[in-house]
Design a protein. Structure first.
Length: 429
């Protein structure tokens, strides 16, 4: 597969963009090789600047759950763009968006729109601290909550991909207020909470982890955290930037039957435009300005184009919830097909999957937390990544990322993916 134009663009990009990219994982540094520059996408397919076509398993890291350039979304954006692209004053669209979200997800009385998942998580933690009058937070090793200072301690996603142990620029003061424990380790949480009695404002978690590959919460783990939060007066924050509107119309809260106090959203919520949101119980959310003194604001928050793209996507998901069943069936089909060829090959592997999130680790032991995810054979994943890419299948360029299915994928696409995996395994047995 020729990528001469992509290679040229990458050289040119590096002249004026750090590393040639605007978000690190796109640079392919961990998998090696050079990034592919995309020209356009439609449905389940990406097309690069050299005219190559790829089956897309990233879906823009989640948002394109209905497929790329989904007609109703594009039509709505075009219509609203004619009215002007931003006002900095309230609009009816924002009310409709808030009403729609509150009607879909459990436990959200009030919701504030922002422009990214990072902003949502950062603001939710500030609110939790302001509400609780305490400073420390607990997060889980390998969970990623965006790039705000407080979260860059043992973070997943790009921070794990690039093996960055501590991030220069994050002060000791900030890091000291972030306590970390292994994912799925309830005892470790109990111990931390006991060590820091009455100091912990919030526990923030990815209810299904997607930033160290896909990792499921063990039975009882989230329930145990809920209990600790209730007993110790700690705000329980679900970071549903990845799982929100993907696991189900009501997100992981609904799918797993656990209530959080605050929830953050991003990715799917914007239908491909920059949107995030945080919301939750009224008695906590009332502390946000202008109702309360916890300050939070945004010039482009609730931007009309972002709102209509998000609204159109969420409305379709709400009205047509069979999409989730279809997506899950496709993901299970892919999982089982991959298992069949992997079993025949004999090399140890782990596939974790829930709903339309799935990942493959070349690991001999179950992958349940960051430590076990790190022990997987990354070199094998990297070889797989390039083999798939050169055969028209675009996986996330890191073993530490979940794959996201979109509903435009056909069973033919899935068969094609399994068959390329089979060829890869024959060549690498
Ligand atoms: C992507 C992600 C974020 C950050 O969202 P951005 O929009 O990239 O700032 C936060 N939390 C989780 C769980 C994510 O997957």
């Amino acid at each position: 597969m020729k990528r001469t134009k992509s290679d040229k663009f990458f050289k040119r990009a590096q002249q004026h963009i750090p590393g040639g990219v605007n978000s690190p994982v796109r640079a392919f540094k961990s998998v090696g090789g050079e990034p592919v520059f995309i020209k356009k996408a439609k449905g389940a397919y990406l097309y690069d600047v050299d005219g190559n076509k790829y089956i897309d398993y990233i879906a823009s890291w989640g948002p394109m759950i209905l497929g790329h350039a989904h007609k109703p979304v594009i039509k709505a954006i075009k219509k609203y763009a004619e009215y002007s692209t931003s006002y900095g004053a309230p609009t009816k669209l924002e009310i409709e968006m808030a009403e729609l979200i509150c009607s879909m997800v459990p436990n959200v009385d009030l919701i504030r729109m922002v422009s990214s998942g990072t902003e949502a998580c950062m603001s939710a933690v500030r609110l939790a601290r302001g509400y609780a009058g305490k400073n420390k937070i607990i997060k889980f090793e390998g969970n990623y909550h965006g790039h705000a200072d407080a979260f860059l301690v043992k973070a997943g996603s790009g921070v794990a991909t690039f093996n960055i142990q501590s991030v220069p620029g994050v002060t000791g003061g900030v890091s000291n207020d972030t306590l970390t424990v292994p994912y799925n380790d309830l005892e470790a949480v109990k111990q931390k909470v006991a060590e820091h009695k009455n100091e912990i404002a919030a526990i923030i978690i990815e209810p299904v982890a997607g930033n160290m590959g896909c990792i499921l919460p063990k039975p009882g783990f989230l329930e145990g955290l809920r209990k600790i939060c209730d007993e110790e007066n700690i705000v329980f924050i679900f970071d549903e930037v990845m799982t929100g509107f993907r696991m189900s119309a009501g997100g992981a809260q609904q799918m797993l039957g656990i209530n959080a106090d605050l929830v953050t959203y991003g990715k799917v919520i914007g239908g491909g435009l920059p949107v995030g949101a945080f919301g939750g119980k009224r008695k906590i959310m009332e502390h946000i300005a202008p109702l309360g003194n916890v300050y939070q604001a945004g010039t482009l928050s609730g931007n009309p184009l972002a709102m209509i793209a998000g609204y159109t996507t969420l409305k379709e998901l709400k009205d047509n919830q069979s999409i989730y069943k279809e997506l899950e069936e496709k993901t299970i089909y892919l999982r089982d097909g991959m298992k069949k060829v992997l079993d025949a090959n004999g090399r140890p592997y782990v596939i974790n999957q829930l709903g339309s999130m799935i990942s493959l680790h070349y690991s001999e032991q179950p992958v349940v937390d960051f430590a076990s995810a790190s022990k997987a054979d990354i070199q094998m994943f990297n070889k797989l990544f390039h083999y798939m890419l050169n055969n028209g299948i675009y996986l996330p360029p890191s073993a530490y990322e979940s794959w996201f299915l979109n509903n435009a994928l056909t069973y033919e696409d899935l068969d094609n993916t399994i068959s390329v995996l089979k060829d890869f395994l024959i060549e690498h047995s």
